[in-house]
Ligand binder design. Structure first.
Ligand code: SAH
Ligand code: SF4
Length: 424
């Protein structure tokens, strides 16, 4: 989502006559796009701001903006904490940056834009911006209404709004016209995409329409919420040829008691039923998820239920996180917090288990062929791409293959990728 937002901003700046530089030292405008979903993301933003402070001392003409979720949460407060910051804009006010940059007066006043009500910005695809990119993102909705008890997203990204389907289709066509071959539709919970003007659209309807666009080789989406994963959406995997057989379906925890405290709206049994249905519909589907350890009051028994679910489902890979308190959320007010050592050791145990499963799954692919969309060159003479199931594959090849779909034979399953050879 933030990569998408940063692209929108970059295109806005290019349209205003700015051009990108390779290093922050060379810039006369720096916009820092930020995330506050976990404490670690927030710390990274603050430490980068520290770096910018030094740059500002060396170059007083440097203008600095903080955008995204940290900007939303801190608002004007950032000006007193970081006096060199000139502009602050939340995720729903990114388009105000252009307004601020084009103000008439020579030294524009500081601006803090943190309203959560405006409609999502219009597509701003700048001609040529995506040329030479193989994969692109499109945000199909903003915000979230779920209020999972641990999560700050609904507070900093506001209520859920779906974008009009015409806007999404036109943005997709623009990407395809610039040579993009794979599109990932983005939202905090794409399953609840809804549009009611002129004709009723749900997410499955949108997927069908986008999939028919000429030139689209691969279609993906993320993230799906288990409580809203409908049979109709599951069917899309067998009905839509260019929809990749991969679903990212965060489960967060394997214990019903914890899931309930998280307000996730499903049980572990429901999650198991969903993954069984998905595999019945598309046996080769890859399933990945987010999971966290150390939610307040999580016992060793709760944690073992998480490990047990991981063993039962055998995910292709997992993003795993240590729970951190987010100010203003319900979970932050709970008692019985888990100490850092326990959280750390649970994360290590979980990751050791998943690493073993991922490696086993990758090894099972040895000797099998796969179709790769080549995205770029990783090292000298090495190309990199992904399988339809979203596994990273590296192989030796000519860089003219970038942007093409090629057949490879998997030679080696590695912990985080596959090594392959091209099959002519
Ligand atoms: N909308 C998506 C998730 C967005 S946030 C969904 O519901 O699946 C991305 C991930 O960050 C979450 O899935 C969760 O695993 C993690 N996360 C969110 N809040 C967190 C917190 N307070 N501490 C640790 N991890 C958190
Ligand atoms: Fe956060 Fe839950 Fe919304 Fe995902 S669904 S963004 S975890 S509140």
């Amino acid at each position: 989502m933030n990569v998408y937002d940063s692209d929108v901003l970059a295109q806005t700046l290019i349209a205003l006559g700015f051009s990108p530089v390779d290093r922050p030292e060379l810039a006369n405008l720096i916009l820092l796009n930020t995330c506050v979903v976990r404490a670690k993301a927030e710390q990274k933003a603050f430490s980068f701001l520290g770096r910018i402070a030094k740059l500002k001392r060396r170059n007083p003409a440097l203008r600095v903006g903080v955008v995204g979720c940290l900007a939303q949460r801190e608002g004007k407060g950032l000006f007193s904490r970081f006096p060199f910051v000139d502009v602050v804009a939340g995720p729903r006010e990114l388009e105000r940056i252009a307004e601020w940059l084009t103000r008439e007066d020579a030294s524009p006043q500081r601006m803090a834009a943190t309203s959560l009500t405006p409609a999502p910005p219009l597509p701003t695809i700048h001609p040529g911006y995506f040329t030479s990119r193989v994969a692109g993102f499109i945000s199909i909705m903003q915000g979230c209404n779920n209020f999972c008890s641990y999560c700050v997203v609904p507070y900093v990204r506001g209520r859920e709004i779906s974008r009009p389907p015409e806007q999404i289709l036109s943005e997709a066509s623009d990407l395809l016209a610039q040579g993009v071959r794979e599109i990932t539709l983005l939202g905090q919970n794409v399953n609840s995409y809804r549009w009611h003007e002129n004709k009723s659209w749900d997410f499955a309807g949108l997927l069908h329409r986008v999939s028919q666009l000429k030139g689209l080789s691969r279609l993906r989406f993320t993230t799906s919420h288990p409580k809203d994963l409908s049979d109709r959406l599951i069917q899309c995997f067998s009905e839509i040829d260019n929809l990749c057989p991969h679903i990212h379906l965060p489960f967060q925890a394997g214990s019903d008691r914890i899931l309930k405290m998280m307000h996730r709206g499903y049980t572990r049994q429901h999650y198991l039923t969903l993954t069984n249905k998905l595999r019945k519909t598309v046996p080769r589907i890859a399933i990945t998820a987010d999971v966290m350890v150390g939610f307040p009051s999580e016992t060793e028994a709760d944690f073992r239920l998480t490990l047990d679910l991981i063993e039962r489902i055998r995910f292709d890979s997992l993003f795993s996180f240590i729970y951190s308190d987010r100010e203003g959320t319900q979970a932050a007010r709970l008692e019985n917090k888990i100490d850092e050592n326990t959280k750390g050791s649970r994360l290590r145990r979980l990751q050791a288990l998943q690493n073993r499963i991922t490696l086993e799954k990758n090894k099972q692919l040895e000797g099998k062929s796969a179709w790769i969309l080549v995205e770029g060159a990783s090292k000298k003479g090495e190309l990199s791409g992904r399988t339809p199931t979203n596994k990273v594959v590296n192989f030796i090849g000519d860089s003219r293959l970038i942007g093409k779909i090629v057949k490879v034979m998997v030679k080696k399953g590695l912990p985080h990728s596959l090594w392959a050879e091209r099959v002519e």
